[in-house]
Design a binder for this molecule. Structure first.
Ligand SMILES: Cc1ncc(C[n+]2csc(CCOP(=O)(O)OP(=O)(O)O)c2C)c(N)n1
Length: 377
């Protein structure tokens, strides 16, 4: 007889889900390996980063699902609103709903019991699944997310899995590995501004460009607006995660303009990129040692952290630090995976981008999916 876990996997496959993005919960420890055996799976280090990766996967023409613990939804609220609800990006989320049914961990209760009210207040669609008999609702959750281009969370009670197999795969073996590190670098006085760096980028590359929220997006728009530019209007910290998702599912080269403040807000993005090192992703870490877009408040790259070193320590193998336009141009032509660009904390005076989030997404998706089957869009 089909177990509830097998039924969920069948629903995912019947819906042609291409990629599952996951972070474990004890209650779904039987489900998770079943999913990863039949669907390409990306393990996360933080759920919010998964929202970015899934957005990239979707923009690249594939269908993602997130499978997480309900607490992780708490880590995703800003992203679900500022990215998915703002740009009309679908995301089905299967959340193991903790804190409400035979809960043994006190720390799960406060968030778990309020989860429906929180999602409701946030305008995020959700469906409760409280017994095995209701598992078919997962099919509706997935279809609703894609047909209506919105996030939809399935809150799945632990009651659903009661009585099913407790068999969990053996833990992975720990093997010895050397940690050899050869890194020697120097941050010198900056010679160019972010605007200069973006000008070099647009003159050298003719492929997908994702730009960070705030002034970088406005500068890119002012320098060279095009369909293949994806302007972030919010979701600080997620632009490189979106770039990763896009790079993993389609062949074009993806250039991401990120910032030091944003990378330090979500270093998980670097960990995820380091795990896959896709050859068609280039992160341009524009380091002005400041939160430039909000008035140049100092970040800790000024004295403490070297972003190139952080990228290398995160597993990104191909990195370089550049200070001049020539060095940047050379690194872009060589398609180095992580380019640490040292710039002055200066913002160009730019106009607002006169495009809505939906317009930005609409023309971007149309351009990159030209000649290919389009999802329910
Ligand atoms: C979660 C969150 N916190 C704070 C902000 C406000 N904010 C918008 S842009 C920005 C600065 C980003 O700095 P950085 O990534 O270094 O890029 P820069 O503007 O310097 O190019 C901040 C703090 C925000 N949008 N979201």
């Amino acid at each position: 007889m089909e177990s509830p876990e097998q039924k969920v996997v069948k629903i995912l496959k019947d819906n042609s889900i291409d990629i599952a993005v996951t972070l474990p919960c004890d209650r779904i420890k039987v489900l998770l390996p079943l999913i990863s055996r039949s669907i390409q799976t990306i393990p996360l280090t933080r759920e919010e980063n998964g929202v970015g990766i899934c957005a990239g996967v979707y923009l690249g023409g594939k269908k993602p699902v997130m499978v997480i613990q309900s607490t992780g939804t708490g880590n995703m609220i800003n992203a679900l609103l500022s990215l998915n609800l703002t740009y009309d990006i679908p995301l089905p989320v299967l959340a193991s709903w903790r804190g409400v049914y035979k809960e043994s961990i006190e720390a799960q209760v406060q968030l778990g019991k309020r989860m429906p009210a929180i999602l409701d207040a946030a305008g995020i669609k959700f469906t409760k699944i409280e017994s095995k008999d209701e598992l078919d609702k997962i099919d509706l959750v997935i279809k609703d997310a894609f047909n209506n281009a919105r996030p939809h969370v399935a809150l799945i009670s632990p009651a659903v899995w009661e009585g099913s197999s407790k068999e969990v795969p053996a833990p992975c073996e720990i093997t010895s590995r050397p940690s050899v590190f050869d890194f020697n670098s120097e941050i010198r006085m900056p010679a160019m501004s972010r605007y200069d760096a973006i000008k070099v980028l647009t003159s050298v590359v003719d492929d997908i460009i994702l730009s960070n929220l705030g002034i970088p997006s406005k500068e890119l728009y002012t320098i060279k607006d095009r369909e293949l530019n994806f302007y972030m209007l919010g979701s600080m910290g997620l632009v490189s995660a979106i770039g990763l998702g896009l790079a993993l599912v389609q062949e074009r080269h993806v250039y991401v303009i990120d910032g030091d403040g944003s990378l330090l807000m979500n270093p998980n993005a670097l960990t995820a990129v380091g795990a896959y090192n896709p050859r068609n992703l280039c992160i341009i870490a524009v380091d002005n040692a400041a939160y430039g877009s909000t008035g140049n408040q100092e970040t800790c790259t000024r004295t403490q952290i070297d972003l190139e070193l952080l990228a290398r320590a995160s597993g990104i193998k191909d990195t370089v630090k550049v200070h001049t336009e020539e060095e940047l141009s050379d690194a872009l032509l060589r398609r180095v995976e992580f380019i640490h660009v040292i710039v002055k904390p200066e913002n160009a005076v730019c106009k607002e981008i006169p495009l809505s989030a939906r317009e930005i997404k609409g023309r971007f998706v149309k351009e990159i999916r030209k000649g290919r089957a389009i999802l329910n869009d």
